[in-house]
Design a protein around this ligand. Structure first.
Ligand code: S3P
Length: 187
């Protein structure tokens, strides 16, 4: 675990970023339970708003349209307080989304890092693997990961998850946030 970008002095939102299979939703739910904050998965909210699945949006409207919806959804969710938010693995590909995430007040962005092979293996064990559009495009997975990695690493916190359970990852995040924050409490 290491500290990257300047840490917020007060935190009322935690945002989890990382590639598919990083554990963002699982860890996010655990964090929200422990903090008694609300949890949102930005992709689920996007699908509810669009009344379509991500796979349908990719096929019918294309990836750029999906990224636009993703940027709007994340921007709207970040107005809420006491929030743990998991965002899709490709959200950092959009410059405006990166800016929204890193510049949102009282918001700590946490990158869940793991080797690509481990994350792909995790995804393949999950239901719905066959309809994840980015996972299906095997040839581009490595290049997508390489493009995203420098952006992920600009997070306020980087947590190595390869050998950690989701519960241990959540515990480590809360410890790290408490250590780095000047006020020493989550607000
Ligand atoms: C994507 C990851 C997915 C989802 C969409 C695109 C990506 O989210 O946003 O299928 O580009 O990596 P998860 O990272 O939660 O699987």
């Amino acid at each position: 675990m290491e500290q990257k970008t300047q840490f917020p002095t007060r935190i009322s939102r935690l945002v989890l970023i990382g590639f598919m299979g990083a554990g963002k939703s699982t860890v996010g739910r655990l964090l929200a339970q422990q903090l008694q904050w609300q949890f949102f998965d930005a992709d689920t909210v996007l699908e509810e708003r669009a009344k379509a699945t991500i796979a349908e949006i990719f096929v019918q409207q294309g990836e750029p349209a999906f990224r636009q919806l993703e940027a709007e959804t994340i921007g709207d969710l970040l107005t809420q307080q006491h929030l743990v938010l998991a965002v899709g693995g490709g959200a950092v590909e959009t410059e405006s989304t990166r800016t929204t995430l890193l510049c949102a007040p009282e918001t700590c962005v946490v990158f869940l890092e793991a080797p690509l092979e481990i994350m792909i293996a995790r995804c393949e064990q999950q239901p719905g693997a066959a309809i994840r559009p980015v996972l299906q495009d095997r040839e581009r997975l490595q290049s997508r990961f390489d493009v995203r990695l420098p952006h992920y690493r600009k997070a306020h916190l980087v947590i190595e998850t390869a050998t950690l359970s989701p519960a241990d990852t959540a515990r480590k995040i809360i410890e790290a946030v408490s250590t780095f924050m000047k006020e020493k409490t989550l607000a």
